[in-house]
Design a protein around this ligand. Structure first.
Ligand SMILES: CC(C)(COP(=O)(O)OP(=O)(O)OC[C@H]1O[C@@H](n2cnc3c(N)ncnc32)[C@H](O)[C@@H]1OP(=O)(O)O)[C@@H](O)C(=O)NCCC(=O)NCCS
Length: 160
């Protein structure tokens, strides 16, 4: 059973129900996997439910019970500034080893930008290695302080 067109990437918000598949995704694709699968799954359930955090997953059609596999994960943290306004911190972006260089990260970053705009953030910030700056600069990010930033348009007037 597959629920998406073959070859298409579907991006959506992640929730606690995704913890099992996400745990498998991390075990296969990252060294960030600790203790044992149960502990890591519990960690993910807590992580996915953190306030002010929006987690997204990229999925592709797969012949398993779910009809899809997770091929990417990313998140943004919403940060209220003491002087007013809101920032988004983009972090934890990971793409399955077998799906790299297929624009999965590009699509997830675009989704994070859209979500940050929906949440009325005026800027997205991130930290990355020098070799990855090209990935973000093609999407409009520029070097800033010790990381990169993207200024976002925000509405300053209320609609009636
Ligand atoms: C970095 C990562 C998320 C990129 O995912 P991806 O889906 O392969 O990225 P995209 O296909 O959207 O890349 C678009 C472009 O960005 C650049 N890019 C992507 N990964 C790159 C890398 N590792 N080094 C340098 N440039 C890279 C390339 O120009 C690429 O175009 P190309 O495929 O034609 O060469 C993925 O390699 C990954 O999960 N790495 C391990 C975790 C990690 O390092 N996360 C980053 C934390 S900031």
């Amino acid at each position: 059973m597959s629920i998406f067109p073959r070859g298409a990437i579907n991006i959506r918000n992640a929730c606690a129900d995704d913890a099992d598949m996400l745990s498998q995704f991390y075990a296969t694709n990252s060294s960030f996997f600790f203790d044992n699968a149960t502990n890591f799954r519990d960690y993910l359930v807590d992580f996915l439910g953190l306030p002010n955090k929006i987690c997204i997953i990229a999925c592709e059609s797969c012949d398993n019970l779910h009809g899809y596999c997770i091929v990417g994960f990313s998140s943004i943290d919403l940060i209220e500034r003491p002087r007013g306004g809101r920032l988004a911190y983009l972090g934890e972006i990971l793409v399955a080893t077998n799906n790299r260089h297929q624009r999965v990260a590009t699509q997830m970053i675009s989704a994070c930008i859209r979500m940050a705009m929906t949440e009325n953030c005026h800027r997205i910030i991130l930290h990355c290695s020098a070799e990855l700056q090209g990935l973000y600069s093609t999407m409009g990010f520029e070097s800033w302080d010790s990381g990169m930033k993207l200024e976002l348009p925000v509405c300053t007037t209320a609609t009636t």
